[in-house]
Design a protein around this ligand. Structure first.
Ligand SMILES: [Zn+2]
Length: 318
């Protein structure tokens, strides 16, 4: 059974919030469109979990995307979360991809990791893009449309996506953050912990107290093993890690795989191409196909279909 769910939680006695996400049906959908080497699958799964977690924390309605560009065998990887619940993603690679590493601990579910991020992406970076949707942006601006998207750059200096994103949040957003991912049996689980900004009017004592609380939570979180994260239900996991710190867990929110591409859109794209080009493709390949660049879905058109696109209502002439 698919369980694509995100839970938000907050510590009742500390200014720290968290999110937990588990995706499996979304990953199955992704693999229907494109088969990936195991290491690429894990990377893309982590990126999907990351955008789900980031999208949950933003105030506007829109899309959060994470895209890599590098000199390594994975030339690009993209994950996007729209409206906090619709996910899509794709990766492209060239040449040989190093095998994913299996990590095993006694009595725990084995997890797969891609090893070093640099082995996949090479010299590179990731862009985080936040794109507000049209209507909402207009509401927020009181009539003035503001469609500006925000772009942040994640430098890839550490071996894992989690460590690089932690550094991004700490440096670019000034939000101390811990992030964990575990991939097992084609399921990704992600956990994010973030310290909320201390109010400006907080006293020195309050500030210090909050520092101590964050350090405590950070140390407890560091004991988390990938096998536990991959396997345990969220309630059990949080109880096991933070049993001395009361927290409130929100009900889960469902996520699903969804792309904005469609057969109709692909047809409109074909219509915009020179007819001779289509005829040549039909001649050489027997059909024309359009592959979506953000989810990998393939739309195929044979001679009859392409004829109908160009001259709807008329029978094909052979
Ligand atoms: Zn698509």
């Amino acid at each position: 059974m698919s369980q694509d769910l995100l839970h938000r939680f907050s510590f009742r006695t500390a200014p720290i919030r968290g999110q937990w996400v588990r995706l499996d049906g979304v990953l199955d959908e992704m693999l229907l469109r494109q088969d990936y080497p195991s290491a690429v699958r894990v990377l893309l799964a982590e990126m999907m979990a990351a955008v789900s977690l980031m999208a949950d924390g933003i105030k506007f309605k829109g899309a959060v995307a994470l895209q890599s560009r590098g000199s390594g065998p994975v030339t690009t990887a993209l994950a996007e979360c729209r409206d906090q619940k619709l996910l899509r993603g794709i990766a492209r690679w060239e040449g040989k991809i190093p095998e994913g590493h299996t990590q095993e601990a006694p009595a725990e579910r084995p997890t797969i990791h891609y090893g070093e991020l640099a082995d996949l992406i090479g010299e590179g970076r990731m862009a985080i893009t936040l794109t507000p949707t049209r209507e909402k942006a207009r509401d927020n601006e009181g009539g003035a449309p503001n469609l500006n998207s925000y772009q942040g750059v994640v430098s890839l200096e550490s071996g894992s996506l989690a460590a690089n994103l932690e550094a991004y949040f700490a440096n670019s957003e000034q939000l101390p953050t811990r992030l964990f991912f575990a991939f097992s049996r084609n399921t990704i689980t992600g956990l994010l912990l973030q310290r909320l900004p201390t109010p400006d009017n907080a006293t020195e004592v309050e500030r210090e107290h909050q520092d101590v609380l964050w350090q405590e939570i950070d140390i407890l979180a560091s004991t988390l093993r990938p096998g536990e994260l991959a396997e345990l239900p969220v309630e059990t996991l949080l109880r096991r890690l933070f049993h001395e710190h009361p927290l409130t867990l929100q009900p889960g929110r469902a996520l699903s795989f969804s792309c904005t591409c469609s057969r109709e859109r692909a047809e409109r794209m074909l219509q915009a191409l020179p007819k001779e080009e289509i005829l040549e493709l039909l001649e050489t390949q027997g059909m024309v196909d359009v592959t979506c660049e953000v989810c990998g879905a393939r739309y195929e058109y044979d001679r009859l279909h392409t004829h109908l696109i160009y001259e709807p209502g008329e029978p094909p002439i052979h």
